[in-house]
Ligand binder design. Structure first.
Ligand code: GN1
Ligand code: MG
Length: 345
């Protein structure tokens, strides 16, 4: 089946079996190697999860707009993997089960990393995300579609959480009283962030919204960043959530799936600040600068809220690998939230 999808995007004489790559919780990604006129080529084929992205065509519109803009910024230091149109010029192809597929160039000699990274690599990634924010600082953010409405609207997520706790559809609330209480301790910070957004103190910017280590391509030889990838959640948003998701994913000494209690690696916070501010320091506002670390605690708390909501709802959003996966992730993020402590921001 995948070879037929691939044939929509590329001409080839022979093709290898698609190799699954990446560890995303939402989409499925494959690398396809092929031969054409005795030359090898590779593309990425990706199934876009249309339960999560209800308007797949909006995702591609945003992606194409942002890629085109970035590719036209002479001082953007990174490569821009632009989506590949199919033979009819469309960026999405549907299979006979109704799934949506798109293709990207595979950047040779690159790697991504999902696990723990060194401070050097974290600084490099933060600098790449900073360069991305910098290149898009004059892009009219409000012309982008909200591919997932209210993605970082924590007030709205809080309401959804309260409703699911009330409904308790699969009788799990009794077992998570401590976790629910712990989330209430994050509420004052959620309120502070909402207030900063409402007042206009946090300017609306183009946000990437998934700034984990795994969304930066690094060069296998130099370990320098080559590209920022995964523009599915590029939307109008805030700079704090992008810095915040970096803190969430780079700073702990364990990944979000770990069952043991994660700790903060302070040297990583510094590496992220150094890398990010090297690109953004001259244009971000003093209020943004002041709240970067609070952004970290915010996004960690919000992720705990999202995982716990999904656990209580009966695992309807995130892919899970074993039954208690969402609960383990929620506990992990709550412990991380506590570890961030008030002294850091
Ligand atoms: C999802 O699939 P992945 O790992 O790129 C999620 C992120 C979460 C992350 C938590 C569209 O991202 O927001 O932070 O899982 N993406 C969406 O692991 O909800
Ligand atoms: Mg993603």
């Amino acid at each position: 089946m995948l070879d037929r999808i691939a044939a929509q995007f590329i001409d080839y004489e022979s093709i290898t079996l698609p190799i699954p790559i990446g560890q995303g919780n939402i989409n499925d990604t494959y690398r396809v190697d092929y031969q054409k006129d005795n030359h090898p080529g590779s593309i990425l084929l990706q199934r876009l999860n249309h339960q999560v992205f209800k308007k797949p065509e909006w995702v591609m519109e945003n992606t194409v707009k942002v890629c085109t803009y970035l590719a036209n910024q002479p001082d953007y230091p990174l490569q821009v993997p632009q989506p590949i149109p199919d033979r009819d010029g469309r960026y999405l192809v549907q299979d006979n089960q109704g799934n949506y597929w798109r293709a990207f160039p595979f950047i040779q000699n690159s790697y991504t990393t999902e696990g723990l990274v060194s401070p050097e690599l974290a600084k490099e990634a933060a600098s790449a995300y900073g360069a991305f924010a910098r290149a898009l600082r004059h892009f009219p953010a409000d012309t982008l579609a909200e591919t997932i409405p209210g993605f970082h609207d924590t007030d709205q997520r809080w309401q959804v959480f309260l409703e699911v706790v009330k409904k308790d559809p699969v009788s799990r609330v009794g077992g998570v009283k401590r976790e629910v209480d712990a989330l209430f301790r994050a509420k004052p910070l959620f309120d502070l962030i909402s207030q900063l957004k409402r007042s206009g103190d946090l300017p609306l910017r183009v946000a990437h919204n998934d700034t984990k280590a795994g969304n930066v391509l690094f060069c296998k030889n130099t370990h320098k960043a080559l590209a920022v990838i995964d523009l599915d959640t590029v939307m109008p948003g805030t700079l704090l959530s992008d810095f915040g998701d970096m803190v969430r994913t780079f700073v702990p000494n364990l990944t979000e799936d770990a069952t043991e209690e994660p700790a903060i690696r302070v040297e990583m916070l510094q590496a992220l600040l150094d890398g990010f501010l090297s690109q953004t320091g001259d244009f971000i506002t003093p209020i943004e600068r002041k709240h970067l670390l609070a952004g970290g605690a915010w996004i960690i708390g919000e992720q705990a809220l999202r995982f716990l909501t999904d656990w209580i709802a009966g695992d309807v959003y995130y892919k899970i690998v074993y039954p208690e996966h969402n609960l383990v992730r929620a506990r992990n993020q709550l412990q991380l939230f506590e570890a961030m402590g008030d002294n850091l921001f």
